[in-house]
Structures are given as C-alpha cells and as structure tokens.
Design a protein around this ligand. Sequence first.
Ligand code: COA
Ligand code: AMP
Length: 643
Amino acid sequence: MMKYKDIYRASLNSPDDFWADAANKLRWQKPFEHTLDASNKPFYKWFSGGKINMCDNAIDRHVDEGRGDNPAIIYDSPVTNTKQTYSYKQLRDEVALVAGVLISHGLVKGDRVVIYMPMIPQALIAMLACARIGVIHSVVFGGFAADQLAVRIQDSEAKLVLSASCGIEPNRIVEYKPLLDKAIELSSHKPEKCIIYQRPQCLADLQEGRDFNWEEQKAINNPVACAETLATDELFILYTSGTTGHPKGVVHDIGGYAVALNWTMENLYDAQAGDVYWAASDVGWIVGHSYIIYAPLLCGCATVIYEGKPVGTPDAGAFWRVVQEHKVKIMFTAPTAIRAIKREDPEGKIVKNYDISNLESLFLAGERCDPDTVSWSQSHLKVPVIDHWWQTETGWAITGLPMGIEKVPNAMEIKIGSAGVPIVGYDVKIVDAQGQEKDVNEFGNIVIKLPLPPGTFPTLWRNDEKYLIPMTKLPGYYVTGDAGYKDEDGYIFVMSRTDDVINVAGHRLSTGAMEEVLTSHKDIAEAAVFGINDELKGEVPLGLVVMNNDAKLSAKDICPELINLMREKIGPVAAFKLVACVPRLPKTRSGKILRGTMAKIANGEEWNMPPTIDDPAILDEISEALKSMGYPHPIPPPKSQEL
Ligand code: COA
Ligand code: AMP
C-alpha cells in the first residue's frame, strides 16, 4: 500500500494525473478538456470544459448503482423529539420535487437563492435542489441577525429565499420569518419570492403574492431531472468574515469541489459507502456544506443531521447517545463542543453510559484545539482524535492526518497541539513578511503555493479584486491569514490569525464588523474590539469604547445598550457581552489602534511597550479598565504564541 508521503509527493509533482484520476471516480456529463487550466493566473480553473452535476453525483448516482435503499440522511432532533431517516431514493424524490418548485417560480441556471434554515432535512434538500438545476445557493447561519441576512441577500442578488418558520434553541424558539421580513426590508435588492417551510412549533405569516408554503408548493409541482452544469459553474456562495466590516462571498465551483471532497472521504476520513458519518456543525458554516451534505453523500454514506447542542439537550451525553443510536463511525466537531462536554463530564463518567464501539475516529476543526481537549477525547472515547485545519476559502482540510492512507493501528503519529501534515495538493510553507522561508519550529505566516488544489475558492462573488489580495500579496502563494510553525517531521502547528478575524465557539467573526456596530451608536466616538481567551468558546470579543463629549447616555447605561445593539446587528452568535468605556484608545503614531497589545494585557500575557506608541500612559488606563472587568482572568487558559 502506498504511504502518505508518496501520495502527497505525487499530488504536487503531477497534479494533472493525480486529480484526473480522482475525478474519474465521479459521473461526468461530459469529460473535461483540461485538468488544470492555468492560462489566467491566479484564476486557476480545474476540470474546465467538463460537465458534471453535484446533485447527480451526491444522490442519483447512488440510486442508479443500486444504493437507493441505503440511508442518506439521518435526522436526529432532541429539541423537537424527532428522528427521521431518508433513503437515497426518498432523498432523490424530495430533492427533484423541490427543484421542480424552484423551476416553477422561474429560476434558471446561475440564479441565486438564499437559504435561511435551521438544522432540518429541508435545509439539505433545499441546497441539493439548487444544485440539481444549477442554481447557486447561499446559506445564511440561523444565529445571524436580520442585518447580516440583508447584506447577503443584497450582495448575492438572490431571486428567491428558502426559509423555515423557526429555529429551536434550547432556551427559546427563534422566529425566522420576522427576521427575514426585516432583512428584505433592509436590502435594496428584493427577492421576488420566498418559500417557507412551516414547522409546527411556530407558524409564520405569509405575505400574499410573495411568500409560499413549502409543502403546498410541493403538492402542485412535478419532479425534475438534473441539469447539465459545467465543472467550473458556481455551486454556492458562502459569506464569511474578512478583515473589513463587509463579509466576503467565498465561491466554490462544482467539479473541483466534488472531486476533492470525494477524495477526502476515503483517504482522509477513511469512509466508505454505507458508513455513518456525522459532522456536528451547522449547514450555515463551511464544515456543514462540505461534511454534513456534499462529501458524505458523494461517498454514499449516511449523514447525520443533528438539531441540538452538545450539552443541555438534554445533557452532556447527547453526542454519545447519537453515536450509539446511529452507529456513527466517523465524527467531526469543533473543539468548543468537546470543551462544553468536558466541563460537565470532566472524568468521562457520562461517556461510559453509551456504547460508542462503532466510532473509529473523531476529527476536530474550526479553531485552534487546546491540548487538554484532545487528551480528554482520546482517553474517554478511545479513538484517534485528529485535529485538522481548514478555512471557508479552501472548503476542505489543508492539514490533517490521512486516516484512509495510513490506517489505524499503523496510522501516522498524532502530535497533540498540531493540526497534522499537509494534505494532497497543498504545498504549505512558513514565511516571514518578505516571503523568506522560516526554519523548522520558527513562527511565521502560513502560506500555500499556487495553484491551490481543486475544491478551493476560484474567486469571491463578483469581487475578483478582493480575491487577488491574498493571492498576490506574496507572488505565487495564497496567504492564509493564519500563523504558526512547522516541526522537523513536517507537522503544522496553527497558532493564531494575523488579521482581525476571531473565532468564537468555532464561529469566524470579524472584529472590524463589530467595531462598525459600536461606532454606529450616536454616543460612541471610537471603538476597539479584540478577542480574548475563553475557556469554553476559545475566544470571545471584548469591546472598549470612547464616548462622545456630548453623549446623552451615561457610561453605565451605554454598555447594555451596546450589547443589545450587537445582538441586533450581528446576532447572538457574536456572544458579545464584555464592553467598557475608556477615556482614550492606545494608538501608534500613525493612528493604528493597538488591539494586539490590549488583548495581551487582558489575557495576562507578557507584552512589550510598542515602540511606535503615541502615548504610553494610555495603556495604564486600559489596564485599569480591564481590571475593573475582571481581566486578566485569575486562571488564564494556555497561552498561544503571537506573531
Ligand atoms: N439560531 C439562532 N440562534 C443561535 C443559533 C442558531 N442556529 N446558534 C446559536 N445561537 C445563539 C444561541 O442561542 C446563543 O444565544 P444566547 O446568547 O441567547 O444564549 C448565542 O447564539 C451563542 O450561541 P452558541 O455559540 O451556540 O453558544 P452557547 O453558549 O449557546 O453554546 C457551545 C456553546 C459550545 C455548546 C456551542 O457554541 C457549540 O455547540 N458550538 C459548536 C460550534 C460549531 O459547530 N462550529 C462549527 C464549526 S466546525
Ligand atoms: P472558517 O473559515 O470559519 O472555517 O474559519 C477558518 C479559520 O479557523 C482558520 O483560518 C483558522 O484561523 C481557524 N481554524 C480552523 N481550523 C483550525 C485548526 N484545526 N487549528 C487552528 N485554527 C483553525
């Protein structure tokens, strides 16, 4: 059997042969003319000239090859006490019908549909229905506020919205329809139609002529077949936080994404058709797109869609109950979810109540994983726990341990604290600001040599210019925005971001966007938001604001108002609960706010007086303000190195 190193080398030395071979495992409507078209760098195109339909490969192919009765979706919802399984045949019929509904409302190939739905099978059906007819979907996470939904509707110019009447959080029912109505009001682009899936927990009011009932529409329409789509056509747009307040529309195309994801199932996750695969994430994130929906279905697995939390629905045994009941073989979640469980079950007593013998591996991603979380999982689950690193932009793992290539028990060594070795197609380097390669174990910027492998973002939605920023900053490389180091065995340690993106409970958020919200308040002159260490969520945002001289509110009254404003403008998912007023913000002489230094003070980390600081005395005022908020925390979590 070939070893990881040989396969990895082959992927870099002969990418055309490597990926053409991987592509042949899928069903093509027309063979591709070029495996890699590099005629317009850095806008590389994979499988150009070829035609392939994602839905055909994720569903119909399995039915045609005799796997129609195999389970495709296992829906498990402790918050509604529901369990439901769809076979591949049932899923095909549902998806074909919903695709028929979309066509009846005038949608054609290339149109955009925004999907705003909770973790219910209809969310997957909606996405696959779009893919079936070549319509580009853009899913918006349910924890976002109406303003964020509006930005996404506007930027994508969605012709139609697919939504549900509500989502269910453990402490409340989240009515989606009022949020959707408000978002449409805020957006200057108005979608023509909305199709709403009515849930029994809360029925939405439908607006005559614009809103339609999902089930009623299904009843009056006919199923449709898969359309012919180019490999280079867009499959979806997923908005993610960048360094500015405006989210970036990351695009993924059909062919490259399908080929790469399909490759990962067997080789990275060690999955085969018929296995049960569970990514405990949300359809609103890239992990959800890639590993709740597309990859497991491409591989013919059963994918679990879980509407619940790791704790509290009903307890810290929830995940292990799902693993036991559905015989999950491969599981994927964010470290924060495990930290939540660990906090309630530090000795792993609850885990022992469940038979999790079918579980073969646990994969973690979404944020830096602290070593304690890996150790706890390994000792109580007794399976390999693999941290792997990726981004919305890449769509699949950049580093990890390829469990399907070097199988347990001869698998490659797990190094706690590392996110593994580069996966095929990714030539990962650690460099300084000038692009000079760093030595082994030296900290630096993590960059990836171009071209990126298939499945990674070919551009940003209608924004080639912004796409070029990380692609041209260091010619020939993609600058990931992450920093870390590589050890003597080639293992990568991803330690921190180099920009203003923070990771709150595995959710990527922009501190710049939060600052914009704070300064939009009429009494606020200036604001700084930075991430501080949090034992559960990894990072949480902390805001410091300077009030206007003529402010109407007192410093005491303004903080709760700002917290509410953030909830209203970004959403509850921002978990913005820490804010204080300060007389001034520390800046460099050129006016740059010293967020990194303030974060270090709040985290109780060592810090140096920046030589370019305008007025050093301001940092004393900041320290005082942070102290009054209880920071540094008495027991700070393990330090992470910063660039
Ligand atoms: N719709 C509406 N609101 C949502 C939501 C959704 N889909 N998801 C989260 N929220 C709300 C929560 O209700 C909460 O609101 P509150 O402030 O009123 O309590 C807020 O957003 C923060 O939510 P969350 O981040 O889930 O924090 P929590 O304290 O409720 O739970 C964890 C903590 C660790 C259990 C939870 O964050 C978790 O499961 N994280 C996993 C992250 C993940 O899967 N990331 C994907 C990348 S792999
Ligand atoms: P997202 O695009 O939402 O998936 O967030 C991507 C970012 O999350 C990355 O750029 C990293 O900063 C962080 N991230 C994801 N996975 C890991 C990991 N395994 N280790 C460290 N950071 C990670």
